[in-house]
Design a protein around this ligand. Structure first.
Ligand SMILES: *Cc1c(COP(=O)(O)O)cnc(C)c1O
Length: 366
């Protein structure tokens, strides 16, 4: 049996109605900051429960522009996690700021107990990453950020509709950054990103920053850039957004099914599943003994399993000038040797999940 990782073929197999929308849209010529974009922003803000949502051209830009709007610039330190995807760190570095790392815990998010010791006089912001669809413990993080008067940009790119105590990702910080990349849970047909915030002033600055700082055709208020979310992609987003809740529910259901069966295998450890956290499983990861051989075996059996990530960002060559070395973040390092990711998306069948489970069982019996 084949268990593929990407489900894009299935997701856009039956979308005649979307093609109809696009056929109606194209003759309008409303291609930049058009009406469908305004509609998508309204619907996204309603979905998350914030006052504003501002479409930009990627999740990376969502982080970068939010930090810039909050005053982060050259030489400032921005705290994030040692195990995140490169984009978080790239966004910080592009502003001339310095990424400062904190280790994660077994939820794959920042161990907030380690945050305070990373704060210095130069710290200007915190970017907690709600990695894999988990949530950083924002209940603990918020009081620390307040104590030091530090703004928060949530990297919620992997955690749309994740929450703690029913309070969603993207509503805890000054801003929440989301990605609409084809491989993210709410995806469009190209790159895309969106920023959530309740702060009117911040929303206004972000709207200026993404569109050259133009107030109108003739007046430039601040220097910005071109980071508009494509209106054409907003048409795709408007088509998909009514399914967003179902998509996250299905992923959670799949993860529960895996958990139930994989937890019976003694060589597999399921990460913690705190009851007050809604984890949306952008990535379904478990800890596995003899991981390298299990990964190889699964791939040989047709299961496209992966490792997110074999080399953590803090140890990548591109970051060598920051002076970190292996062992600086022991939990992140430990994870690289035992984590394995299985497909968990909304288009996966029970038969495919059963095949993954029996393949893992078989591997350890040998
Ligand atoms: C995908 C992702 C991003 C960046 O999103 P893009 O839309 O690809 O720029 C940032 N942070 C995390 C954790 C991501 O997974």
């Amino acid at each position: 049996m084949e268990v593929r990782y990407s489900y894009l073929k299935q997701q856009f197999e039956n979308c005649e109605d979307l093609w109809d929308e696009l056929k109606r849209f194209v003759p309008t010529g409303d291609f930049t900051l058009g009406k469908p974009l305004q509609e998508f922003e309204r619907r996204f803000a309603d979905l998350i429960g914030t006052k504003h949502a501002i479409g930009v051209n990627s999740g990376t830009d969502a982080i970068k522009l939010s930090l810039k709007a909050l005053g982060v610039g050259f030489g400032d330190e921005v705290i994030t996690t040692a195990n995140t995807f490169v984009a978080t760190v790239g966004a910080i570095a592009e502003l001339g700021a310095i990424p400062v790392f904190v280790d994660c815990n077994d939820t794959f998010c920042m161990d907030v107990d380690l945050l305070e010791r990373a704060i210095t006089e130069k710290t200007k912001a915190i970017v907690p990453v709600h990695f894999t669809g988990y949530m950083t413990d924002m209940r603990k993080l918020l009081p620390i950020a307040r104590k030091y008067n530090l703004p928060i940009v949530e990297d919620a790119c992997q955690s749309i509709l994740g929450s703690i105590d029913n309070k969603k990702a993207g509503t805890w910080g000054n801003a929440g950054a989301f990605s609409l990349h084809p491989l993210k849970n709410l995806n469009v047909w190209s790159d895309g990103g969106i920023i959530t915030t309740d702060d009117d002033k911040l929303a206004e600055t972000l709207r200026l920053l993404r569109n050259h700082g133009l107030i109108d055709r003739d007046k430039v208020e601040i220097l910005g850039c071109n980071s508009r979310l494509d209106t054409l992609q907003a048409v795709v987003g408007n088509w998909l957004i009514p399914s967003a809740i179902d998509i996250s529910n299905k992923r959670i259901e799949n993860a529960e099914y895996y958990d139930k069966h994989l937890s019976k295998i003694k060589e597999i450890t399921i990460p913690p599943r705190p009851a007050d956290f809604r984890i949306v499983f952008h990535l379904y990861i478990v800890f596995a003994e003899d991981r390298d051989r299990l990964l190889e075996y699964c791939i040989k059996q047709g299961i496209e399993s992966k490792v997110h990530y074999p080399i953590p960002i803090y140890r990548q060559k591109a970051l060598s000038s920051f002076g970190y070395k292996e062992g600086d973040f022991p939990i992140t390092d430990g994870h690289t040797k035992k984590i394995i990711t299985f497909p968990c998306d909304q288009h996966l069948s029970v038969e495919q999940m059963d095949y993954v489970i029996s393949t893992v069982q078989e591997f350890y019996k040998k």
